[in-house]
Design a protein around this ligand. Structure first.
Ligand code: C2O
Length: 546
């Protein structure tokens, strides 16, 4: 195994998209940021220097960070932000994970432009569980605002309204030639007849679940979230923000140009969304050159309709681990978390222009009716380590405080989320089950729920209210897929299981960033009870303090 060192300089760089140029926050002037390529077992050492005018942190999405919780990155959870002019070096080892992950800023909305792929090859000398692809291409799906995304978020926070939706979707940072002023930079993905290309698809969009497909080519799904899957073939995949999917495509079509395309799976019902399509071009190297002055339009694939939940269900039901796995059969901590939006009545000290949500409210979101508030003067992990009192409480409810028909036509007044910094304490080694239940307050929605520090098994998913009597019989305890982000079905539920074998403070949140700001998050605090430093490494000397 190697030690790989990298320098990330966070800096503003002019980036031109959709006919105008914005001073964009990037890593090393690149958008998207650099691709990191490692082997399973390697250690990554990344020195992040902040030369921008915003606070920043970097999160290594999906990396388990065994014993290195200080390197996880979420602002005010495992570290204070890296302030302008300062640096922090993230150091961690990849243990047992292979496939596609990514890294992104974990502070405000900076990840709109501060993100890149993190590719983990098998250990040196070891093989893939499928024939080695001739070529590999990261496919980063993203969103672009024709504005400064930080300003978009600030405006929404000031007014309590929903933030403006993005102006384009992107593939590897480029909207593609169906958008204005975008033909030039359109991403080209090469392939040749007879060869196999492994597409490492990452949904790095801020707020939008996306369908992805390639004209005329079948997609063979072989992995997701850096875990291998029992391969299956499909024509379209769906990724919630945060999720990754590895697909093989075969160069078995007449040599030509084919669009690959992504478009919204509308996660929220009755919410505004952008129905445009981002494209890249799959280009056969042996394709005949177009005659001078003739442009050959690539073949366009068909994408599911924005509300095609059936396709999403069929897709996610196809996920299996490649073989029998060890799912905890007995459960020590049996948790039930509702996830959803809310509308808070305008607080008495607020003016009407701070309450521009529906009917003079402010948008909010919660898990078990707690709207998570990050601390602002110390991180949760530091507070726990140093025994600083008053930063958080450990009374996050293990069950919803009120039971009702979560997916019915429920009045928002039933559920006024209460702000709090509440965490759930889990004993080291505990076998944990969490039922994640969507609520329909304001709107039912497909929420991509991401847990830091862990991979978990998704043992079941379904629609309506989770019913332990009926639904337990549907659990797959034999070969469920392992992921770090579960797209909880709209108007439905998902059940995850894992063993709490990684001490630390781990945020669990909706990966639609608009929902994080509204409070759709909580923290799992895993402790072995003998003092944190008996079980994890000491905080690095350059750990940013507040
Ligand atoms: Cu990729 Cu906490 O996120």
């Amino acid at each position: 195994a190697k030690i790989q060192e990298h320098q990330f300089v966070i800096q503003a760089t002019p980036v031109k998209r959709l006919c105008s140029t914005h001073n964009t926050i990037t890593v090393n002037g690149q958008f998207p940021g650099p691709t990191l390529e490692v082997n399973n077992g390697d250690t990554l050492v990344v020195k992040v220097t902040n030369k921008a005018r915003y606070n920043v942190t970097i999160h290594w999405h999906g990396i388990r960070q065994m014993r290195t919780g200080w390197a996880d990155g979420p602002e005010f959870v495992t570290q204070c932000p890296i302030r302008p002019g300062e640096s922090y070096t993230y150091r961690f080892t990849i243990e047992g994970q292979e496939g596609t992950l990514w890294w992104h800023a974990h502070s405000s909305w900076l990840r709109a432009t501060v993100y890149g792929a993190l590719i983990i090859y098998p250990r040196e000398g070891e093989a893939y569980p499928f024939p080695k692809p001739k070529r590999q291409t990261p496919i980063l799906l993203g969103e672009w605002w024709d504005a400064n995304p930080i300003d978009v978020l600030r405006q929404a926070t000031r007014t309590g309204a929903a933030p403006n939706i993005s102006d384009a979707y992107t593939i590897n940072g480029q909207p593609g030639d169906l958008y204005k002023c975008s033909t030039q930079g359109t991403t080209i993905v090469p392939i040749d007849s007879g060869e196999t290309n492994l597409l490492r698809v990452i949904n790095a969009a801020l707020n939008q679940p996306l369908f992805f497909t390639v004209a005329n080519h079948k997609l063979k799904v072989v992995g997701a979230d850096a875990s291998y899957l029992k391969p299956f073939t499909t024509s379209v995949i769906m990724l919630g923000p945060g999720q990754t999917t590895d697909v093989l495509i075969q160069g078995d079509q007449p040599p030509s140009r084919y669009y690959m395309a992504a478009r919204a799976y509308q996660s929220a019902q009755n919410a505004p969304f952008d129905n445009t399509t981002t494209t890249a071009i799959l280009n056969y190297k042996s394709a005949p050159c177009p005659a001078k002055g003739v442009s050959i339009k690539p073949l366009m694939p068909s994408l599911p309709a924005y509300n095609d939940t059936n396709t999403v269900t069929t897709f996610s039901n196809s996920f299996r681990s490649p073989r029998k796995v060890e799912v905890p059969a007995e459960i020590d901590d049996d948790l039930f978390f509702t996830i959803g939006l809310g509308l808070n009545n305008c607080p008495p000290n607020f003016s009407p222009n701070q309450c521009q949500g529906p009917n003079g409210t402010r948008f909010t979101a919660s898990m078990n009716n707690v709207s998570f508030v990050l601390p602002n003067n110390v991180s949760i992990l530091q507070a726990h380590h140093l025994g600083v009192q008053g930063v958080f409480t450990t009374d996050f409810p293990t069950q919803p405080p009120l039971k009702f028909d979560y997916t019915g036509n429920v009045s928002r007044s039933l559920w006024q989320p209460v702000p709090g910094t509440k965490v759930t304490k889990l004993k080291f080694g505990s076998r944990v089950q969490i039922v994640l239940q969507d609520t329909s307050i304001v709107t039912p929605e497909n929420h991509p729920i991401h847990l830091h520090g862990y991979d978990f098994y998704i043992v079941a998913e379904g629609f309506g209210n989770f019913d332990p009597k009926k639904d337990t019989s549907k659990f797959n305890l034999v070969d469920p897929p392992m992921r770090n982000t579960v797209a909880v079905p709209v108007n439905g539920w998902a059940v995850i299981r894992f063993v709490a074998d990684n001490p630390g403070a781990w945020i669990m949140h909706c990966h639609l960033d608009v929902h994080i700001g509204w409070g759709l998050a909580t923290v799992l605090l895993v402790d072995n009870g003998v003092g944190l430093l008996q079980s994890i490494e000491a905080p690095p000397e350059d750990l940013p303090l507040c």
